[in-house]
Structure formats: C-alpha cells, structure tokens
Design a protein around this ligand. Structure first.
Ligand code: SAM
Length: 265
C-alpha cells in the first residue's frame, strides 16, 4: 500500500460524490493524523470510557486481543497497560507509525500489522480471544460487500468463543434529525469542533475544525444500529449486545455512540 504524506486532503470537484471504501487512505494524511490525538484527547476519552472495554474483555476471560483499527494507538496502549496481549493492525501506514511512536513514548513496543480489513487474514495468521474495532472506524466502508467481507474476516480471526467489539456513532439520531448539528461530540478535545456538513442515507460528511484554523473532513457511511446488528448476525455471530455510551439502557436519540459486542459462540 502507498504512503500518503501530503498535507492536504483532496476530494476533487464534488466532495459529496466521494463514497469509496479506499478513501480512508487519503483522508488520514499526516497533518490530520498529527492532529488526531488532539481531536480524540486521550485524557478526556479515558474519563468518558473508563474501564468499559477492559471490564468487558476480562468478564469474557479474553487475553489475546487484536486491535484492527489501531489509529494512533489509544486502545492498544490502554489494553497493554491493563495486561492484555495486544496486536495492533491498521490499513493506514501513517496511522500505524504514529501509534508505534505514541506507544514507544509510553514505554511500549507495539506489535503492528499493516492490513486492510477486507483481506485481514492474508496478513494475520493467528487466532484471538477478541477483536476490537473502535473509534467509529467501521463507518469507513462505503460498500455493503466490503462491510460483509470485513465482518467475515473479523469472525475468522476469532477463536471459537471469541468476541468482536465494534463501536459506531449514533447515526440514527442524525439521519432522523434527533440531534442538532451543533451537538458536541463526547470524545473531542476542547480545541476541536466536529460537525456534520452533509448527511444522507449513504453519506455523512463531517468537518473537523482545529484551534489553529486548519480543517479536515471525513466522508463516512452512516451506519444504522439495527443494520449493523443484522449484518453481524448474518455473518454468523450468535449474539449481539449493544450498549449506548457504555450503558446497557439508553434512549435511542441520546447516546453519541453505540458499542456492539458480538459473540461467536
Ligand atoms: N481506533 C482509533 C481510535 O479510536 O482513535 C482510530 C479510529 S480512526 C477513526 C479509523 C481507523 O480505521 C484509521 O486508523 C484507519 O486507517 C482505519 N481504517 C479505515 N478503513 C480501514 C480498512 N478498510 N482497513 C484497515 N484499516 C482501516
């Protein structure tokens, strides 16, 4: 895969026409990746998430975890520090380099795998107790065939009783106009604004504005919660439990994020 080191995103003449599962490679250019930690704000995030994922993994006796959307490494590092055996994968080399650097600064050597989810098992040759795909990453797949292929690849790399933990923004609330565009999303640092610039049934284009005046975009597929649950069941997951902002009970419009726990057995 190519390294994209440019400093500007390029969506061409018609940004709303860009609905392509490959686009993530160009969206996470260096400038944006460098800003990403500012965007996700590790301290603020750890306050919001607490030990939710650690607890869920421990409840299932999981030890070996594959982080398939490593990004800048937040969850990989958190889980390493909690004593899990973590492998960190991502399709974007700029992200993986940043994650490696972030982990090194905290005294860890990340075990990384450069792999696109759709062909994950070409590069991942082991079985895991858990696969985590967090930080609203699955939304980068714009075609249904890619979503099915990806879930099947995640399923295949799990042990017989493994669990997939996958989260997503609450797009139902956006699509059904239950939240204001000015809504402040929980995982953003104070110096970043994330706002939907365009939303239709197959595109959510978000704009991220930083304190220094720079702006970046992401074109994402607006996943409806019930649709993701159905896809998970269709690829073979036996049980899917969904949490809203880390709680078991929630009002549909309220949570920013849904977290699916999909069990293989
Ligand atoms: N999990 C991290 C977090 O919570 O901060 C990163 C989230 S970031 C929104 C999405 C990540 O998914 C990026 O690092 C991107 O490179 C990766 N990604 C998107 N599509 C992918 C694909 N098809 N295969 C592998 N990685 C992909």
């Amino acid at each position: 895969m190519q390294q994209h080191a440019s400093t500007q995103q390029n969506y061409g003449d018609d940004p709303l026409a860009v609905r392509d599962s490959e686009k993530y490679q160009e969206e996470y250019i260096e400038g944006f990746v460098d800003k990403w930690d500012e965007l996700i704000d590790w301290d603020g995030r750890s306050k919001a998430e607490g030990e939710f994922f650690i607890q869920k993994l421990r409840e299932r006796g999981a030890k070996k975890v594959l982080d398939v959307a490593t990004g800048t490494g937040y969850h990989s590092v958190q889980l390493l520090e909690a004593g899990f055996e973590v492998t960190s994968a991502d399709g974007n080399p700029v992200m993986l380099a940043k994650a490696f650097e972030n982990a090194r600064k905290r005294g860890h050597i990340l075990r990384t795998i450069h792999a696109d989810w759709r062909w994950l098992n070409q590069n991942v040759h082991d079985l895991y107790d858990a696969v985590i795909c967090l930080g609203n990453s699955f939304t980068h797949l714009h075609e249904e065939a890619d979503r099915r292929k990806t879930l099947a690849e995640f399923y295949a790399t799990l042990k017989h009783d493994g669990v997939l933990i996958l989260d997503q923004r609450n797009y139902d609330a956006l699509l059904d106009h239950q939240v204001q565009p000015t809504h402040n999303y929980y995982y953003c640092g104070d110096s970043v604004r994330a706002e939907p610039e365009h939303v239709d049934e197959s595109l959510a284009r978000f704009k991220y504005s930083f304190g220094d005046g720079s702006t970046y975009h992401l074109n994402m597929f607006p996943l409806r919660k019930a649709y993701v649950q159905r896809l998970m069941q269709e690829v073979g997951f036996q049980r899917v439990d969904t949490y809203g902002d880390f709680q078991e009970t929630y009002r549909e419009a309220e949570p920013d994020f849904f977290i699916h726990l999909a069990e293989k057995a």
